[in-house]
Design a protein around this ligand. Sequence first.
Ligand code: TRP
Length: 332
Amino acid sequence: MDEKKRMLSGIQPSGDLHLGNYLGAIRNWAERAETFDCYYFMADLHTITVRQTPADLRRRTLEQLAQYIACGLDPEKNTLFVQSHVHQHAELGWVLNCYTMFGELSRMTQFKDKSAKNAENINGGLFTYPALMAADILLYQPDFVPVGEDQKQHVELCRDVANRFNGIYGDVFKVPEPFIPEVGARVMSLGTPENKMSKSDPAGCVFLMDKPEDILRKFKRAVTDCDTERCVRYAPDEKPGVANLMGIYAAVTGMDYAAVEREFEGQGYGAFKPRVGEAVVECLRPIREETTRLLADKGYLESVYRAGAERAGYMAEKTLRKVYKKVGFLAR
Ligand code: TRP
């Protein structure tokens, strides 16, 4: 069997998944398994850098697993697991903390943003989070780490830490490349189309588990623009709201912008917005139904995350052993 390149990514179960997550990322993951050996984990250890409600965290962790499967990630072809189930993450995280510099961590823009937003809880974990993320990655010796633009700085830091460690102890870690995914629509908020769609702005955000009537209502209320022409034309600078709706419609129907313009020629936004809503409802319906079905089958989900943790743990342990030996810990 020829070796596939390995890919790994973590997703924080800190909010319910939404249309932006789906069209921007998850939708493209299923086919990746043909080319890559893929690992995806729920980064629950990372979520507690910000205060979480325990019951919600537990529910979302399981729900996200169900949603990934419902979105087409086949657990037979991908390794799906929960970060806290593989204790090697926390262990390597500690080691790498000692090879990550205060100055490097201080430069992380996400730390600066999050500490500004959570001024009452600027904890040590929030600061050293990139060292844990480096551990998440390096345990599995992946070739690529698919991340959004916002995580690129953390992957760069991970590479620096890996190189530093390898420089001292020889080739222990594979130094991974960030992989900023190919296509993927950038979905903006329905209420404030200047901003990315985000769970922190629920009115402008369509969640994968939203009921059809809620989705339709959110689209009917979507901000378009206040120009006088009132026509469906792709002009992102002049008409960001319309461009966003067109982008969503194009992404869920597979049409291009010219075809969308033709379909709505001569019609105002009153016809356009509900039609986009309906198309989104149809796109999300099978995902919501399948997620609901899976969530009713806890035994199956358990078998998936157990098998995932087993596979992941096997690989992680190999790397951790090597690291412990290199730094001089006495073998048990
Ligand atoms: N930090 C990532 C985020 O907030 C999640 C994450 C944790 C991650 N560990 C990772 C992503 C390892 C890629 C690889 O989105």
